[in-house]
Design a protein. Structure first.
Length: 158
């Protein structure tokens, strides 16, 4: 039996549509959702979730950070929902690269950075410790992903 590689592209899964009332895909994230504002997560709308989904997971990261991809939010075991409201954490939050168990918004040192709000639909609920990082979450959930979508926001500090 052939096992699925961890490198399997998420494009082979059902595509989720991710939107935000705060910004459009590949447009600027309002300062409210960054270190220059209230530093709370923006609202997210999640569409086309597969019926067999048992939970959702979210990873927010910045691949343009000077020392490699920087993680801003790690959350899993989100009950299946079509809405994550502003400043709302419906699931368990792991450790981001600020060493916090919460959302920390964009705070780039310079230039325009891209922030990927990645949402995963999973066919199970995950049993993970609170100190779970992005890498650990990705490894554990790799065989449980049934849907994936992302929204990309941009930000630069004034």
């Amino acid at each position: 039996m052939k096992q699925r590689s961890e490198a399997t592209s998420v494009t082979s899964f059902k595509k989720l549509k991710i939107r935000s009332s705060a910004f459009h895909d590949h447009e600027m994230i309002p300062a409210l959702y960054t270190c220059d504002g209230k530093n709370v997560n923006p609202p997210l709308a999640i569409h086309q979730i597969p019926a067999e989904a048992r939970s959702l997971a979210i990873i927010v990261d910045d691949p343009d950070a000077p020392n490699g991809t920087f993680v801003h939010w790690v959350m899993w075991n989100i009950p299946v929902t079509h809405t994550i409201r502003e400043n709302q954490a419906k699931g368990l939050q792991g450790l981001n690269d600020f060493h916090h168990h919460r959302y920390n918004g964009p705070c780039p040192p310079g230039g325009i950075h891209r922030y990927f709000f990645k949402v995963y639909a999973l066919n199970s609920v995950l049993d993970l410790p609170v100190d779970t990082t992005k890498e650990h979450l990705e490894k554990v959930m790799s065989h449980n992903i049934i849907g994936f979508g992302e929204l990309v926001g941009l930000y630069t500090r004034q």
